[in-house]
Write a protein that binds this ligand. Structure first.
Ligand code: MN
Length: 201
């Protein structure tokens, strides 16, 4: 059987209270330690099921486990990006090549931001800024759950989690206030780094 390292929950790259008041210590703790951990566990469990099924030759449960890999793996990867995209020193606007690219592909930063906020308001999961290497352009994506709305081949570089567990405790039903709070902590240096990595894929 091929050996793979088990998926692991990366620690938050800052203290649990570091993103206050945009994200409270309580929500960061639940969101990271319970929700994100749950996706890591679900991915590991699905991979174990697939390995057992290959061993036994009984593939009856494999399609369900493959769907679980997609759901939990997407949840794990997007949460990791979401945490990395934020910093207590965040906020402001992008600069350098990323800023130029946003202007080129969306007309202006405000044009991009308005579209991204509308995507975040409508999504049943995530709003993403992604680099699409086929068209060679940045695109906003509206994602339901963790994977419905994915564009094959595109690489997310900025992820905003708009599941209710992400904001309800802090903001109630006012998702728009949470989206504004997110922009106070977006780490544009990290987004630029994700963009550079996406260009190399
Ligand atoms: Mn979440």
């Amino acid at each position: 059987m091929p050996e793979h390292s088990n998926p692991e929950l990366p620690p938050l790259p800052y203290d649990y209270d570091a993103l206050e008041p945009s994200i409270s210590e309580q929500v960061a703790t639940w969101h990271h330690d319970t929700h994100h951990q749950g996706y890591v566990n679900g991915l590991e469990s699905a991979e174990e099921t697939l390995a057992e099924n290959r061993e036994s030759g009984d593939f009856g449960g494999s399609p369900g486990a493959i769907r679980s890999v997609t759901h939990n793996g997407s949840g794990h990867y997007l949460h990791t990006l979401f945490w990395d995209n934020m910093s207590p020193d965040g906020g402001g606007e992008p600069s350098g090549e990323l800023a130029d690219r946003i202007e080129e592909d969306f007309g202006s930063y405000e044009g991009w931001k308005g579209e991204f906020k509308a995507a975040a308001g409508a999504a049943g999961g995530w709003a993403l800024l992604a680099y699409d290497p086929v068209a060679d352009q940045l695109r906003n994506l509206v994602v339901d759950k963790h994977d419905q709305g994915a564009l094959w081949g595109s690489h997310p570089i900025l992820a905003l989690d708009v599941w209710e567990h992400s904001y309800y405790y802090d903001y109630g039903p006012d998702r728009g206030d949470f989206i504004e709070g997110f922009f106070e902590v977006v780490d544009w240096k990290n987004v630029a780094h994700q963009y550079e990595k996406a260009l190399q894929h």
